[in-house]
Write a protein that binds this ligand. Structure first.
Ligand SMILES: NC(=O)c1ccc[n+]([C@@H]2O[C@H](COP(=O)([O-])OP(=O)(O)OC[C@H]3O[C@@H](n4cnc5c(N)ncnc54)[C@H](OP(=O)(O)O)[C@@H]3O)[C@@H](O)[C@H]2O)c1
Length: 343
C-alpha cells in the first residue's frame, strides 16, 4: 500500500517545538516535473539553519529537506526521460513546500533528478544529491576545474598537481575528494584522526588533523610548490584563513562554502564563494555535474556518505535536527526511511 500524503511540517517561524506531520493533497505537476514516492530522505545542515535562522520559509506550514531517494510515482507534462517506477535520487528545489524532501512524496524537477542503479540502496542514494551538486558546482564554477565528462575515462589521467580539501570527512568534502581525484588531482585533505581512514578510502593521498597547530606547515610540506586550488567545505572557525595559508603556488583560489569576508582574500589568493546554486545559475555546469553523476552511479564509482539511519522515519528528523544543531554529525549522513514513520 502506498504511504499517505504527509509532510513533516514547520508551523511557526523559528519553531522550537517538534515539527509535526500534516496531511496534504496530491500535488499537480508542471512541465518537466515528476512526483517521487520517497523511500529515504537525508539531512543537511541547511535544514536546521533554515528553521532556526528563519530564512527561505515564505509561508506556513512549510517543509524543508533537499535530499530525496525513491521511485517515480507520476510523470508531469512533457516528461520523457523517466517512467513510473524508476528508482531515482533528486536534489529537491524547495521552491514550494511540495518541492521539499521531508515528506512522503516530493515534486522533483527532471533537471535535478538522476536514475539510481540497484547497486545503491535508497538510503545510500539519499546521501548524494545536495552535497554532490555543491561539490561539483564549486569545483567547476569557483575553481575552474574541468570535470571529465562521459564518455571520457574516469578518473582522468593524473595531472601530478595537488588539490586541498579542507573538511574531507564532511558530506560535501567527501564528494569534493572523489571528484577532484576523478579530475586527475593528487588530493590532500583535513579531518579528525578518527575519520582519516575514511577520507583515504575516498581517494585522498594524505589526510591531516585540522586540530594540529602545525597543520598548515605540514600540508605545505606535503603539497610541494604547486598547490593553487583549495575547496574549503567548512568555511568557519578559521578554516578559510588556514586554507589561504596552505596555498604554496605563486597565486591560488579557495572555494568557500559559506560567505567569506573580503579581507579573507589576499593579494595572491582569492577566496570565491560557492554553493549548490552555481549548478542552477549556469545550465552548462548544471548539466555537466548531473551528467557525470549518472556516469559515476552507473559504474558504481561514486562512494555515498556513510549512512546513519535515525529511527522513527519522518518523525525521527526532530532528533536529527537537534544532532545537527549540536554539531554531532561526523563523517556520516543522517538518513530517514519513510517506511519507519508511524503515521
Ligand atoms: N552553500 C551551499 O550551497 C551549501 C551546500 C551544502 C553545504 N553547505 C554548508 O557547508 C557546510 C558543510 O556541510 P556538510 O553537509 O558537508 O556538513 P557535515 O557533513 O554535517 O559536516 C560535518 C563534518 O565537518 C567536519 N568539520 C567541522 N569543522 C571542521 C574544521 N574546522 N575543519 C575541518 N573539518 C571540519 C567534521 O569533521 P571531523 O568529524 O572529521 O572533525 C565533520 O565530519 C555547512 O556549513 C553547510 O551549511 C553549503
Amino acid at each position: 500500500m502506498s504511504p499517505p500524503f504527509k509532510a513533516l511540517s514547520i508551523t511557526e517561524h523559528k519553531q522550537k517545538t517538534p515539527l509535526t506531520l500534516i496531511d496534504f493533497e496530491e500535488p499537480s505537476l508542471a512541465e518537466g516535473e515528476i512526483l517521487i514516492e520517497n523511500a529515504a530522505v537525508a539531512q543537511n545542515p541547511v535544514d536546521w539553519k533554515q528553521i532556526d535562522y528563519d530564512f527561505n520559509i515564505p509561508s506556513l506550514p512549510w517543509v524543508v529537506g533537499g535530499d530525496v531517494a525513491g521511485t517515480v510515482y507520476k510523470l508531469g507534462p512533457g516528461v520523457t526521460g523517466f517512467k513510473v517506477g524508476d528508482r531515482v535520487i533528486s536534489f529537491a528545489e524547495r521552491k514550494t513546500a511540495r518541492h521539499s524532501a521531508f515528506q512522503t512524496y516530493t515534486v522533483g524537477s527532471v533537471d535535478r533528478t538522476v536514475n539510481l542503479p540497484t547497486s545503491y540502496t535508497f538510503e545510500e542514494g539519499s546521501t548524494i544529491p545536495l552535497a554532490y551538486v555543491t561539490a561539483g558546482a564549486g569545483l567547476e564554477a569557483a575553481l575552474g576545474v574541468v570535470l571529465p565528462a562521459p564518455p571520457a575515462a574516469l578518473p582522468a589521467p593524473s595531472k601530478g598537481e595537488p588539490f586541498l580539501v579542507w573538511g574531507g570527512s564532511s558530506s560535501v568534502g567527501a564528494f569534493v575528494v572523489q571528484l577532484a581525484k576523478a579530475a586527475g588531482y593528487t588530493v590532500l585533505a583535513t579531518a579528525s584522526p578518527k575519520n582519516h581512514a575514511y577520507v583515504l578510502s575516498l581517494g585522498a593521498s594524505a589526510v591531516f588533523d585540522y586540530h594540529d597547530a602545525d597543520v598548515v606547515s605540514k600540508i605545505r610540506a606535503a603539497a610541494g610548490p604547486n598547490l593553487s586550488l583549495v575547496y574549503d567545505s567548512i568555511s568557519e572557525n578559521g578554516s578559510i584563513e588556514a586554507s589561504v595559508a596552505s596555498v604554496t603556488a605563486p597565486s591560488g583560489k579557495v572555494a568557500a562554502i559559506l560567505p567569506p569576508k573580503p579581507e579573507q582574500s589576499t593579494e595572491t589568493v582569492k577566496v570565491v564563494q560557492t554553493g549548490a546554486i552555481r549548478a542552477t545559475e549556469n545550465a552548462e555546469i548544471g548539466s555537466r555535474v548531473y551528467g557525470i553523476l549518472s556516469a559515476l552511479l552507473e559504474t558504481h564509482t561514486l562512494i555515498p556518505n556513510p549512512v546513519k539511519l535515525i529511527p522513527g522515519g519522518l518523525l525521527g528528523i526532530n532528533e536529527g535536527l537537534q544532532l545537527g544543531r549540536e554539531h554531532k554529525v561526523s563523517g556520516e549522513k543522517l538518513v530517514y526511511r519513510i517506511a519507519d514513520t508511524k503515521f
